[in-house]
Ligand binder design. Structure first.
Ligand code: G1P
Length: 303
């Protein structure tokens, strides 16, 4: 039987240059989709999947992430005094349990592979989940939970993948499809940010992983790859020759909140879906003429 996955790693050291000036003094992981920071969505997803230990690889200027996952007594007392018990309860529910968070720092921005490697001593000799908070998923069941169900059957290493138009593959890690079904298959090779002509498929790595700890040894002396950075994909590519790697096509819709378009689209999609503000938001959109444009878009798409 495969070892249970109890720990999740969240690399949150990135500089967020694509969102300047918003991210000059504030971590990009604290950007909000409606009223929740991106990092909270990732933690919620991990919790739904049964994760009990939350490891954050932070950097300079990221202290507010640590504060976000702590109690805030003054705020709680004020909410209590004002009778705002529902908000108060929700805030408390968002927190991981005491002693279940760990923070370490990536001292230099050397790439995702290096950030993951920085978590090696905290994770130890255990399989772990890895969630990149830039990628947000709207799904009935959380994407990591779907992957955990697959992991219970197969063990090994699992990567969430999705198909994108071929023209977009160069922004991502890309996997080759081996044996299996349409939804779940053995991965056969992977490459980070390939040129379109060199991509093995249009299946991209979607920012959710279940990995075995041997990846840390490979990351220890992983040479720099795409973009001059130590790439996780390169270490996984080596590991794939030694251990099984599976691709899982998850059910749900992804938003790449590392890009402005993805982030803005996520805000619209999540806001429209909210019971408390969805209708009012749609009415507000229609007042700025957007509803008609959207409906035109749907009509064109349906034709
Ligand atoms: C990282 C990974 C890449 C993956 C992507 C998903 O790239 O290196 O393989 O497809 O996240 O968001 P980054 O977005 O950090 O450039």
């Amino acid at each position: 039987m495969s070892k249970r996955v109890k720990t999740a790693v969240f690399p949150v050291a990135g500089l967020g240059t694509r969102f300047l000036p918003a991210t000059k003094a504030m971590p990009k992981e604290m950007l909000t989709v409606v009223d929740r920071p991106l990092i909270q969505y990732a933690v919620d997803e991990a919790r739904e999947a049964g994760i009990s230990h939350f490891v954050f690889v932070t950097g300079r200027n990221k202290g507010v992430i640590e504060d976000h996952f702590d109690r805030q007594f003054e705020l709680e007392a004020t909410l209590e005094a004002r009778g705002k018990t529902r908000v108060l309860k929700e805030l408390q529910q968002d927190l991981p349990s005491a002693g279940r968070t760990s923070f370490t720092r990536q001292q230099e921005p050397l790439g995702l592979g290096h950030a993951v490697w920085c978590a090696r001593d905290i994770v130890g000799d255990e399989p772990f989940a890895l969630l990149l908070p830039d990628m947000l998923f709207k799904s009935r069941r959380g994407v990591l939970k779907q992957m955990m169900e697959a992991y219970e059957e197969t063990g090994g290493n699992i990567i969430a993948v999705e198909e994108v138009p071929m023209a977009e593959v160069s922004s991502y890690g890309v996997v080759g499809r081996g044996d299996g079904s349409d939804q779940s298959f053995r991965i056969n090779g992977m490459v980070e940010k390939p040129a379109v002509a060199e991509a093995p498929s249009n299946l991209i790595i979607s920012g959710r992983y279940i990995l075995q700890p041997e990846v840390f040894n490979l990351l220890a002396d992983q040479p720099r790859g795409a973009g001059g950075e130590i790439q996780l994909t390169d270490a996984m590519q080596t590991l794939e020759r030694q251990q099984p790697f599976y691709g899982v096509k998850y059910e749900g819709q992804s938003f790449d909140c590392g890009s402005k378009i993805g982030f803005l689209t996520a805000n619209v999609a999540y806001a429209l879906d909210r019971d408390d503000i969805g209708d009012d938001f749609l009415a507000a959109l229609s007042r700025i003429g957007l509803q008609n444009r959207l409906m035109d878009g749907f009509r064109v798409a349906a034709e």
